[in-house]
Design a protein around this ligand. Structure first.
Ligand SMILES: Cc1ncc(COP(=O)(O)O)c(C=O)c1O
Length: 266
């Protein structure tokens, strides 16, 4: 049992979040008693079961190359079944090394020069950077704020912009960062339908889905098969289990052709 009551001393572990020099290089001088809140990285120790696992690896005293072994696939299949009731084919799962990097891979795998992608604004900045740093234009559709201060997707503008610009990808953040919006099944399905109608691949970053406190999460992986065949999906255990420094993540791509295209880059 893990009680989330063991704080770690993050000022001594080369943490991007807490290291004074690192943070000052981005944000300028900090007060003596600064509290760092700029990155989604928790200050708890990792759960004992994860510490034990890593200690077992270190006890073997080798850290050479390993292949992607059965337990990796089984852990993901177990997690998706247990959490969302989803049966994931082992062949659809790919090991990757960070969800942010996967976004760059997706842009490179599916876009040619002069293509563009579509994102919503505001959003986690690497969505934009994945396009810009690959010389691909990002068409940004603003999220709308409703009377309750909740973000809503602007479906009419999304569709109009899809028709006008014919983006290759729509990159969805689900749950959304920033704002924490959990998209409903209806919203996700409507977006997936627009993607299908206009020949746009739906790329879903669901990295924040492993720690939902309120509301019901609907994964794009639970969409009907026609939509899943147009889906490139990313997640990692980093956020849910707080080990972003290990740089591991995974992709699930049900469509054989899209998966093969994505895999060429890895
Ligand atoms: C929406 C989103 N995607 C991806 C990441 C980064 O994930 P990773 O550490 O696996 O690259 C973050 C980190 O804050 C994020 O908010």
């Amino acid at each position: 049992m893990f009680e989330f009551d063991q704080l770690a001393d993050r000022r001594t572990d080369h943490s991007r979040k807490w290291d004074r020099k690192f943070v000052e290089a981005i944000y300028g001088p900090l007060p003596e008693d600064y509290i760092s809140m700029w990155i989604a990285d928790l200050d708890f120790q990792v759960a004992p079961v994860i510490q034990d696992c890593l200690q077992e690896i270190v006890a073997k005293k080798t850290l050479g190359y390993v292949y992607t072994y059965d337990e990796f696939y089984q852990a993901i299949q177990y997690w998706q079944k247990d959490k969302l009731g989803l049966d994931i084919d082992r062949e659809h799962i790919l090991l990757d090394y960070s969800v942010a990097i996967s976004l760059y891979h997706a842009v490179r795998a599916f876009c040619q020069a002069d293509d563009c992608i579509m994102i919503q604004n505001p959003v986690y900045n690497p969505f934009r950077m994945a396009a810009q740093e690959n010389d691909i234009r990002a068409i940004e559709v603003d999220l709308l704020l409703d009377q309750d201060g909740r973000y809503q997707m602007d479906f009419a503008t999304i569709e109009a912009q899809m028709i006008q610009h014919q983006p290759k990808l729509f990159i969805l953040c689900s749950p959304h960062n920033p704002g924490g919006r959990i998209w409903s099944k209806e919203e996700i399905t409507r977006l997936a339908q627009l993607c299908l109608d206009h020949g746009v691949i739906l790329v879903a970053d669901e990295v924040h889905s492993d720690h939902i406190y309120q509301g019901e999460f609907f994964s794009t992986l639970a969409l009907d098969e026609a939509y899943r065949q147009n889906l490139v999906w990313f997640n990692s255990a980093n956020k849910g289990f707080n080990f972003a420094g290990l740089k591991t993540s995974y992709a699930i791509i049900p469509n054989d052709q899209l998966r093969a295209q994505y895999q060429k880059l890895m």
